[in-house]
Design a protein around this ligand. Structure first.
Ligand code: ASN
Ligand code: ZN
Length: 351
């Protein structure tokens, strides 16, 4: 890119003051990150202000390179431009960390591996309690929240960008079992990015700790996350294991067993927060398993989703492709191969 990176100070809502990658346009600073992505509407990764519409709007700009006030934006109450920028800081920080996790740990560039730019529009709609990825614009839309706070936590941004990776690769159909796997891939990406970011956001591997194995804890006013990856049934709707009727559920519930598989594969069955994480929740023999760590678990998952899954991959096919991935990466009969078998057995898929 012709643009020079300027490092700004972002006052984020969930991560304190963060260094954000911006650039200059004339005399003003803009939220266009010259280091991440090429082409597209803005020539690089960017953050725009939808200003309560559902179209992207204009790139954020500011006379100085200090942005946001770290506080929740409330439509009709907020009076300062800095308060309006906080949503943009949250989004840029989440996007920078998602991009960096995939690039630094996996050598994967942006959504499609070819460094195609993406962008995030914030302040979409009014008091909007959702966030979503659109493959039409290859971009994301983030709401300010009402029941939730601003939806731009790191794990939610990682989740939405994960939809872009899946759309560019396996393209898992967004219904039935494949839809649950599509959702799970996004939850997995979100929590992996969370652990990478919290450990400092550098290095070539994913740290084994630092995330909460929940989706959307940070945006909750009640402490109740959107999803519990380690024990999905805590939400009252997601099953902990595969069954024949899983395909009938909403994709945000049929994701549950695969989220739990990934938790077991990473952390094992006896780690974590006491009995909630522990082996009593395994449903099938062999009961106990040792985790292989988040770095290896994510490499196996990512390879399977981006190079082996098809649009109609179901849980049984995912298991078989995950075993292929583990064997290619770590060897037939390796402990990683065995851990994949056990993690799927634990959710009632395969022996
Ligand atoms: N936030 C939701 C998601 O990314 C939006 C949707 O239902 N697709 O899964
Ligand atoms: Zn999703």
């Amino acid at each position: 890119s012709m643009l020079q990176t300027a490092t700004g100070i972002g006052r984020s809502q969930y991560n304190g003051n963060v260094p954000i990658s911006t650039s200059m346009s004339g005399a003003r600073y803009v939220m266009v990150d010259p280091e991440r992505g090429t082409g597209g509407l803005f020539g690089a990764m960017a953050i725009t202000n939808a200003n309560h519409s559902t179209s992207p709007g204009a790139v954020y700009s500011n006379p100085t390179n200090e942005w946001g006030d770290g506080k929740q934006y409330v439509e009709g109450t907020s009076t300062t431009s800095a308060n309006g920028q906080t949503a943009a800081v949250n989004a840029l920080w989440g996007l920078m960390n998602t991009y960096d996790t995939l690039k630094n740990a996996l050598g994967w560039l942006s959504l499609d591996g070819h460094n195609t730019s993406t962008y995030i529009a914030v302040h979409v709609n009014t008091a909007y309690d959702n966030a979503y990825y659109s493959d039409t614009c290859k971009c994301m839309f983030i709401g300010d929240g009402s029941f939730f706070t601003n939806l731009g936590s790191i794990d939610v941004i990682g989740h939405e960008m994960g939809h872009g990776v899946t759309a560019a690769t396996s393209n898992l159909i967004y219904s039935g079992e494949s839809g649950g796997l599509n959702e799970s891939s996004s939850d997995i990406t979100g929590d992996v990015v969370e652990s990478y970011a919290r450990a400092g956001g550098t290095g070539a591997s994913i740290p084994n700790a630092g995330n909460d194995w929940q989706t959307g804890k940070e945006i909750s006013r009640t402490g109740t996350p959107l999803r519990w990856m380690y024990k999905p049934s805590k939400d009252g709707s997601s099953p902990d294991a595969w069954s024949i009727s899983l395909k009938n559920l909403d994709v945000h519930y049929s994701s549950g067993p695969n989220n739990r598989m990934f938790y077991f594969l990473s952390q094992g069955s006896n780690a974590g927060k006491g009995s909630e994480f522990g082996s009593p929740y395994l449903v099938k023999t062999p009961l106990a398993m040792t985790g292989i760590g988040t770095d290896k678990a994510f490499r196996i998952w990512f390879k399977a989703n981006t190079t082996k899954f098809t649009a109609s991959t179901n849980y049984a096919d995912a298991r078989s492709k995950m075993l292929q991935s583990a064997r290619e990466l770590y060897g037939v009969g390796s402990k990683e191969d065995k851990a994949v078998q056990r993690a799927y057995a634990a959710i009632n898929v395969g022996a």
